[in-house]
Ligand binder design. Structure first.
Ligand code: C2E
Ligand code: MG
Ligand code: MG
Ligand code: MG
Length: 288
């Protein structure tokens, strides 16, 4: 009986191993498939930027927008960045993709300038891997020149957790970028483990309060954190923007606590470029 039990355990174990390896190879296979498709997608111009308006909380005016990439896949339909950015980061495809995002955002800034819109800021999200690239700063400078964009019309968002992964290295990269005159912001603030001494040293202009804290600003914990982040930002002479604002209550809370800007579905999701342009040109304001 003992032998039988042993035999049973072995076959079970063996089957388990086979099960896991079959599963793993399926994951690897899907990953390779996605990687190949992503490569092709970049070449075939299947990537599209959406622009989510950012609103000044004192005036209700649209003062900028965040560029968010989407993949219009012929096979899968519209694919969100959470599905492919991590793979693009792992495979290095984030470098050509990121270059494209920046160039496209600059082209939109140029077209807004041609339409007579002054003082508009577009932000793009950067991966740590892009920051680490050699000659990133020089290439960025060339792209800005090529599109005749004032550097302070472009903002680069890096998440707090990516910055804090290697804060010394990040500090150096940000300092170099800052010499160009672009704006810098810390995305998803409050979700990483910030070293406050670094926060003070980073040459950033903006902190973005992560939307998880706004989820329920009526709850004591979130209200305290949101207020603390706004105060921290202002004490460090930074602008503070709240992302993921969905309700009138959240908006009122942010106004009461003098948050500078907001973005979120309450006002607008990310829009195609032409819709952003017509909103901005027609001077649409958010009712405060
Ligand atoms: P993120 O930079 O924190 O962008 C905010 C995300 O929240 C966006 O999701 C946006 O559509 C979503 N959002 C905006 N307002 C609301 C709201 O009121 N409620 C809720 N529930 N969500 C809201 P999206 O577009 O799926 O992007 C996800 C993440 O993908 C971004 O987070 C950013 O980290 C990354 N990402 C997007 N585009 C790029 C890119 O070009 N390069 C890199 N490296 N990452 C990107
Ligand atoms: Mg962002
Ligand atoms: Mg964010
Ligand atoms: Mg995020």
């Amino acid at each position: 009986a003992a032998d039988a039990a042993m035999y049973h355990a072995k076959t079970l174990g063996k089957n388990n191993v086979q099960f896991y390896s079959a599963d793993l190879s399926r994951v690897v296979h899907q990953h390779l498939l996605l990687e190949a498709n992503l490569n092709r997608a970049i070449r075939n111009r299947e990537m599209v930027l959406g622009y989510q308006p950012k609103v000044d909380l004192r005036t209700g005016r649209i003062v900028g927008a965040e560029a968010l990439v989407r993949w219009h896949s012929p096979e899968r339909g519209v694919v969100g960045p959470d599905k492919f950015i991590p793979i693009a980061e792992q495979t290095g495809l984030i470098v050509p993709l990121g270059d494209w995002v920046i160039a496209e955002a600059c082209a939109t800034l140029r077209s807004l300038a041609e339409l007579g819109v002054g003082q508009f800021v577009i932000s793009v999200n950067l991966s740590a891997r892009q920051l680490r690239q050699r000659h990133f700063v020089e290439r960025l400078a060339a792209t800005l020149r090529e599109h005749r964009i004032a550097p302070n019309a472009l903002e680069l968002e890096v998440t707090e957790s990516q910055l804090m992964d290697n804060p010394a290295e990040a500090l150096e990269a940000l300092a170099q970028l800052k010499t160009l005159g672009v704006r810098l912001s810390i995305d998803d603030f409050g979700t990483g483990y910030s070293s406050l001494s670094y926060l003070q040293k980073f040459p950033v202009d903006v902190i973005k309060i992560d939307r998880s804290f706004l989820g329920d600003v009526a709850s004591d914990g979130n209200a305290v954190i949101t207020r603390a982040i706004i105060a921290l930002g202002h004490n460090l002479k930074l602008e503070v923007i709240a992302e993921g604002v969905e309700t009138r209550e959240q908006l009122a809370f942010l106004q009461d606590h003098e948050c500078d800007q907001m973005q979120g579905y309450y006002f607008s999701p990310a829009l195609p470029q032409d819709r952003l342009s017509s909103m901005v040109c027609s001077g649409v304001r958010m009712a405060l």
